[in-house]
Design a protein around this ligand. Sequence first.
Ligand SMILES: [Zn+2]
Length: 292
Amino acid sequence: MDYILRATAGDGSVRVFIANTKETVQQAFLHHKTSPVMSAALGRALTAVSIMGIMLKSDDDLVTIKINGNGLGKGLVVTGDNKGSVKGYPLNPVVDIPLKPNGKLDVQNALGEGSLTVIKDMGLKEPYVGQIPLVSGEIAEDLTYYFAKSEQTPSAVSLGVLVDRDYSIKQAGGFIIQVMPDADEDIINSLENKLSTIKPFTTLLEEGNTIEDILNILLGNFGVNILDKIPVKFYCNCSRERVEKALISIGKHELETIIKEDKKATLHCHFCNKDYDFNEDDLKTLLNECTK
Ligand SMILES: [Zn+2]
């Protein structure tokens, strides 16, 4: 089961969120039939958003990351809440490009140049929107830049997805570490040192480390205090009922036009890739429910 640990270290001067998201990314792969490089792109974003969701304060808050790029993958959209539910989709699920010289999936090239937008819907009239240009296209580095630039919070972000030979997800996870302004110089130096020498996240998972172990490797010397363990899952809240409501809301005239011209309608949920089909009778039933 996937989960996130929320923890502090150094008497609360460092806050850490660390996640394993293998099943979540596997579900995304099953829904979208992504090629490996897009599984990696989507999986990294899902991992980040699952953590950024947990950072939200209220149960009704939502966070969304949109990446738009000029690469073959075009970009992706991922949304999460503060209860560990995430969903997302790639704009182009199948991209087949060569690996990087170091043998890693080339997410940077698949996304290309473009922008990363963070949207936080916190029940206010206007959502918070922060946008940065893609500085690397590897997502973790872009989010580090985003946190520094848009939220003025120095952060270390690590995100990893390891794809198996059969394209299933072998490992996935990551962390976001944020240093509070009152953090001790010793902790900052030690952490920077650790971050520059630590093995890639998925390598640590492959070696059998749990995220508790990785947390310890990163900050064990500074009194790690685990505050919370939150389950994470890929979850789409679409349903036939919701889609029916959407169809009813387009209005009598529009619905009559669909019935006359097409005699059927298919509505597609991008997030989980599900189709909802409506035949002529279904549409006529919905027409009767139209009030405008
Ligand atoms: Zn859906």
